[in-house]
Design a protein around this ligand. Structure first.
Ligand code: ADP
Length: 390
């Protein structure tokens, strides 16, 4: 579908609470869905896009199912509409299906047949029968995942103001870390690299609208982070709880630093004593490790969950940052965008990815982040829906 994005703005919970409250679709949602919507609310208001139909796209990945939908602001359709975002655990797809049924319910004011449900991601194939049942009488159209991802990122970086930012912490306000990057002029936009960090990681070189190649990737991604964190700290924690632990942890109790090996900086090759030489490398060095205070048995020390999560977050993020940089060099690409739900707007993750890019490029490159980082595929899926008959 072609969205009229003139005057598009992002509405966030904190920055624009009042206007959001005034007409948030989530206020009409059953209470049971509020957390899926509100926790990630960064709706995009489209004051000049008019349609009485609700357009819905879903990207069902290895871990999360992401929904984007366009809805007009009122049944009378006189004030444009907005893009709404929601996510569910893929393992809890039935809740997501209930949600789809709710938002796709016929609207009194909509005339003509409702547009198809657009679906992408592996789950669009795996769960097609379920989606068809939920969407009826709408059809379900399955679209290619990579094409959707690229359409989504292309749209967001060029059509939505204040979407792209560099991570730049403000010492007086820890919540303020976005240094916005203006939408690129058409001649400046390509080529770029998209590093999408979902359960796994895909690295895609984009050279023109719709022209791209998946040039690299790694299986050490967000799923690995979740899986190893569960093994190391015990199952049953949510991703946000693990991030929270990592924020409070000190990786120095488990990571082996250059200083642990040299006793000082290794200046000749530019390595500071505080650089991580080996992630979790201290665990096997009895002489270096400092067991957590609650450990009674020094031969099998207990490491604090916080420290292990911190170390793991650095390990995964540094690794991805380095692979991203190497691919940027390999293809002579200056701009690197990071997407995928692993980032989750988390300062430490962004700082680590950014540090890796800056460190390896000797300050010549910087990482770019997106506010709708986790919704690139579902956003593109909505855009790639052929709506000529709707
Ligand atoms: P996929 O399409 O493979 O599901 P996503 O871009 O949705 O990929 O990212 C999934 C990853 O995001 C997870 O592996 C995890 O690291 C991270 N993540 C962020 N928020 C959550 C959450 N609420 N639940 C589970 N994983 C989450």
């Amino acid at each position: 579908m072609i969205l009229n994005s003139v005057g598009a703005t992002i509405v966030t919970n904190d920055a624009n609470l009042n206007s959001k409250k005034a007409f948030t679709p989530s206020s009409q949602l059953p209470e049971s869905f509020s957390k899926d919507i509100v926790s990630d609310a960064q709706d995009i208001v489209l004051p000049n896009h008019f349609s009485n139909h609700t357009y819905v796209a879903i990207d069902i990945g290895g871990t999360l199912a992401k929904v984007v939908y366009y809805k007009s602001n009122s049944e009378q359709d006189c004030s444009g509409g907005r893009l709404n975002f929601a996510k569910f655990q893929t393992e809890d797809l039935d809740r997501c299906i209930d949600f789809l049924k709710f938002i796709m319910a016929p609207r009194a004011s909509a005339t003509g047949p409702a547009p198809p449900l657009a679906a992408t991601g592996g789950g669009a194939h795996k769960f097609l029968a379920k989606l068809r049942e939920a969407a009826a009488p709408r059809e379900v159209v399955v679209l290619d995942e990579m094409e959707c991802l690229i359409s989504g990122v292309d749209y967001l970086i060029s059509q939505v103001p204040n979407e792209v930012f560099h991570y730049s912490p403000n010492p007086t306000n820890p919540l303020d870390h976005m240094q916005f990057v203006p939408s690129p002029a058409p001649a400046e936009k390509y080529p770029y690299l998209l590093v999408n960090i979902g359960s796994g990681v895909s690295i895609i070189k984009v050279t023109a609208p719709g022209e791209f190649e998946r040039v690299s990737g790694t299986s050490l991604g967000g799923g690995t982070f979740l899986g190893l964190a569960s093994l190391l700290t015990g199952e049953g924690k949510s991703f946000d709880e693990i991030l929270e632990l990592s924020k409070r942890g000190q990786n120095s109790s488990v990571d082996m630093f250059v200083g642990d090996i040299y006793g000082q900086d290794y200046n000749k090759i530019g390595l500071k004593a505080t650089a991580i030489a080996s992630s979790m490398g201290k665990i096997n060095r009895k002489d270096l490790r400092e067991p957590a205070s609650d450990s009674k048995d020094s031969s099998s020390p207990v490491y604090a969950s916080e420290d292990l999560c911190s170390s793991l977050l650095f390990a995964i993020s540094n690794n991805i940052g380095q692979i991203a940089f190497l691919n940027a060099c390999r293809y002579n690409v200056k701009h690197i965008y990071f997407g995928g739900f692993f980032i989750r707007g988390h300062p430490v993750t962004m700082q680590t990815l950014q540090y890796a890019i800056k460190f390896w490029s000797e300050g010549k490159m910087n990482a770019r982040f997106l506010r709708h980082e986790g919704y690139l595929g579902s956003m593109g899926c909505l855009l790639n829906l052929n709506t000529t008959n709707n």
